[in-house]
Design a protein around this ligand. Sequence first.
Ligand SMILES: Cc1cc2nc3c(=O)[nH]c(=O)nc-3n(C[C@H](O)[C@H](O)[C@H](O)COP(=O)(O)OP(=O)(O)OC[C@H]3O[C@@H](n4cnc5c(N)ncnc54)[C@H](O)[C@@H]3O)c2cc1C
Length: 840
Amino acid sequence: MLTLAWFVVVLVGAFALAYINASGIVWSAGLAVALAVGWGTQAVPEWLALIFFVVFVLLALPLNVPALRRKLLSDPVLAAFRKVLPPMSQTEREAIEAGTVWWDGELFSGKPDWNKLLAAPRPTLTPDEQHFLDHETEELCAMVTDWETTNVHRDLPPAVWQYIKDKGFWGMNIAKEYGGLGFSAYAHSQVMTKLSTHSGTVSVTVMVPNSLGPGELLAHYGTEAQKRHYLPRLAKGLEIPCFALTNPNAGSDAAAIPDYGIVCWGEHDGKRTLGLRVTWDKRYITLGPVATLLGLAFRAYDPDHLVGDKEDIGITCALIPTSHPGVAIGRRHLPLNAVFQNGPNWGKDVFIPMDWIIGGQPMLGRGWRMLMECLAAGRGISLPSSATGMAKLAVRATGGYARVRTQFKTPIGKFEGIEEPLARMGGNLYMMDATRVLTTTAVDLGEKPAVLSGIAKLHLTERGRQVVIDAMDVVGGKGICMGPANFVGAAYMQLPVAITVEGANILTRSLIVFGQGAIRCHPYVLKEMEAARATDSVKASTAFDAALFGHIGFTLSNMARTLVTGITGSHFVRVPSAVAPETRRYYQQLTRFSAALAFLADVSMGSLGGALKRKEKLSARLGDILSLMYLCSATLKRYEVEGRQPADAPLMHWAIWDAMFKAQTAFEGVISNFPNRAIAAVMRRIVFPLGRPYVVPSDKLGHEVAKLLLEPSATRDRLTAGVYIPETDDNPLTLIERALAATLAAEPVEAKIRAAAKERRLDAKLPAGAGLDVLVERAQTAGVITVTEGVAVLSARDLTAKVIRVDDFPQDLGVSEATLGATMGAQPASSPSVVQKVAA
Ligand SMILES: Cc1cc2nc3c(=O)[nH]c(=O)nc-3n(C[C@H](O)[C@H](O)[C@H](O)COP(=O)(O)OP(=O)(O)OC[C@H]3O[C@@H](n4cnc5c(N)ncnc54)[C@H](O)[C@@H]3O)c2cc1C
C-alpha cells in the first residue's frame, strides 16, 4: 500500500514538473527527494531503491553536466537528425525564413499570452484616410456598375482608369515622400473592402499595383535612383505596372520558373553595357495587356562569371518598360467573365541593362526572398479584403432579400431551412472581418506576417466563397439569372479567382500553413534546423543541445497540459481578468487547443520526420487547427475592441462554436489517420481523455444570428460596415434596402387590413382573390387605414416586386446587335411590377 502511495505521488509530481516545464536541475532534485523518501519510509525495498539510485545517477549526471550531455546525448541525436533532415533548396529556405512571427508564435506556444493580443492597438484611420474612403472611394464606386463594365465596355471606361490614376489609388502603399498616399495597411484594406462590395473589376485593378506590383518591391529593395524615378510615376498612374512570375510550366511551383536571363555584355543607349539577355513566357498577368512597366521574375545565370563565381545566381526581379524592343504583350485572358486586364507576355533574348534589376546588381539572385517578403504583407491585405467585401455585399443584400421575399405567405428568411445558411453567412462574415482587421493590425505594427497572411488569404477566400454559395442558395433563381438586377452571380463566378491566385488555396493549406508555421512559430524547430546546418561543429553542438533539451521540456509540458486541460475541461486555465465574462471559457478552450496542437505537432514531426512534408492531408489538418485558433483570436479581439456589443454576441458565439467544432474535427482527422496506430491511440487518450466535447452551434443560436441579418439594426450595419450603397434607383442593393424598410413599415398596416377583412368590415361583397389595391382602397374607405398607410403598403409591394424581378433579354441574347452588352443592359424587364399591373 505504501509503495503504491509512493508511486502515485511520484507520478503526480513528475506530471506537475512536466506541466510547469521544470528545468533539469529541478527534475533531478525532485527525483532525488522522491528516492530518498521512498528509501527512508521503506516504500521502496532497499534493493530496488539501490537500482533506482544507480539509474538516477547515470541519468542525472550527464543531463546536468552540459559537456557530458552533449557528448553522450545531443551530439549523437544531432548526427541522426542531420541524416533525416529533408534536403531544402535555397528557395525553400528563403520561403520558410521570409517574414516574421507574431501572434502565431503565441498560438504555437502551448500557452498563449492573451494579454499580448488584448494589448494590440485598435486600428484607426487618419482624417486623410477617412476622407479618401468617404469621398474618392465612394466616387469611384459611383462611376461604375459591374454589369456595364463587364458586359458593355468589357473593360473599365477610360474616365474610370483616369480617375484611379489621378486620385492615387495605385499609390496607397507608396510613401508620401515619393508622391504616394502612404496609407496604413488598415486604410488600404478598408478601401479594398469597399471597392469589392461594388465591383470586382475595379477592386482587382486597384489591388494589384498595391500588393505585388513593383511599387512594394521597389519601396523595400529598389535603389534610391529607382525609387526616385519610378515611385512617383507609379503613385500618379504615369506608369501602369504589372508583375509577371507565372509561366505555363510553373504555376504553384513558381520557384521552378524556366524563364532565364544570361549575364552578358550588350548595347544600351548606344553604349557597351553589362546586363542580361532575358527570355520569358508568362501568362495570367494582371494588368499585363495594358502595362507600361513590366515587373519580371526570371532565373539569372552567369556562365562567363562576369559578376561572380556562381553560375546559377537564382531568381531575380527586374523592371522593364513594355516599350523596350523585344517585349511582347499578348492578348487578353477572360478570367471567369471578369474583365480586369489580364493576359500573357513574353520575350526572347531581350537585352536589359544591369540597373533594371530591382535593387541593381547586388540584388541579382535575391528575387525569391524579395517576393516572399512582399507577399507576406500584400497577401494579408488584398485578397482577404476583397473576399470580405464580397461577403459583406452578399450578407447585406441576401438578408434583406430573405426578409422581403415571401413564399407560403412567410418571408423565406424565417424558414428554419433558410436560417441555417443565413446563420453561416453571418457567423462567417463576423469572423472574416475580424481576421481581416487583425491581420492589417499586424502589418501596421511592422510585422511581415508570413504564416498569418497565408492563413488570412486561405481562410477568408474560402469563407467568402462559402458565404456567396449560401447567398446563391437563399436567393434561388434570382441569383442564377444574370443581369444588372443580379447582386450575387458575379461574385459567385469570380470568387475562384481569389482562391487560385497568390498561392492557390489547396497548396497553401496542404504545404504552407503548417509546413511554414511549424518551423517558424515553433520555439525550437528552426533553432534545431539552423544548428544542424551550422558548419562550426562546436557552435552547432552547443546550439543543438540547448534547442533539443528546450524542445523535450516543451513537448513534455504540452503533453501534460493537454491531458490536464482535457480532463478538467480547461476550467482552471488562467485567463486575463480584462476579458468579457461571456468569452472567458473560449480563451480557456483556445489555450487547450494551443497545448494540444503543439503536442500533436511535436509528435508528428518527431515520428514522421521529413515524411510529414509528403503527408499533406495531415499537414493540412494541423494547419487548420492553427488557422482556426487565429480566426478565433481575431473574433475575440473584435468583440472586445467593439465594446462587447450584446446585440452582436450571437455572431461571435456562433463563429467561435463553429470554429471549435471544426478544430476538433481537424484534431480527430489527424489522430484517425496517423500512420502509427499505437502512437495515434496514445494521442487520442491525451487529446480527448473524456471524449470529444465540442458541438456545432445550436439551432437556437443559429436562429438568433439569422434574425440579425433580416432587419435593419446597428448590428447589421456593423457587420456590413463599409458596403457601398448608392443613391441610385437601379442598384439591386439599394432597392433591397428600400424594399426592406418599406416592408417593415407596411407590415403593421397590412395586419390591420387583414384583421378588418376577417371581420368582414371592408365589404361583404369583396371579390374572391381581391388584389392588394382593392383591399387598400376599401380599408381606406372604411377608415381602417389612412391614405398615407395605404401608400406605404402599395409602395412596399412595388419595391418588393422590383427586388424579385430578374432581367430578360432578346431571343438571340442581343447577338445580332452591334454590341451584345449594350443591348443586354438596355432591355427593360418584360414583366411589369405588381403596382404596374394594379395601375393598369
Ligand atoms: C486571374 C488570374 C490572375 C493572376 N495574376 C497573376 C499575376 O498578376 N502575376 C503572376 O505572376 N501570376 C498571376 N496569376 C497566376 C497565379 O498565381 C497561378 O494561377 C497560381 O499560382 C496557380 O498556378 P496554376 O494556375 O498554374 O495552377 P497549378 O500550379 O497547376 O495548380 C493546380 C492545383 O494544384 C494544386 N497544387 C499544386 N501543387 C500542389 C502541392 N504540392 N500540394 C497540393 N496541391 C498542389 C494547386 O493548389 C491547385 O489547386 C494569376 C492567375 C489568375 C487565374
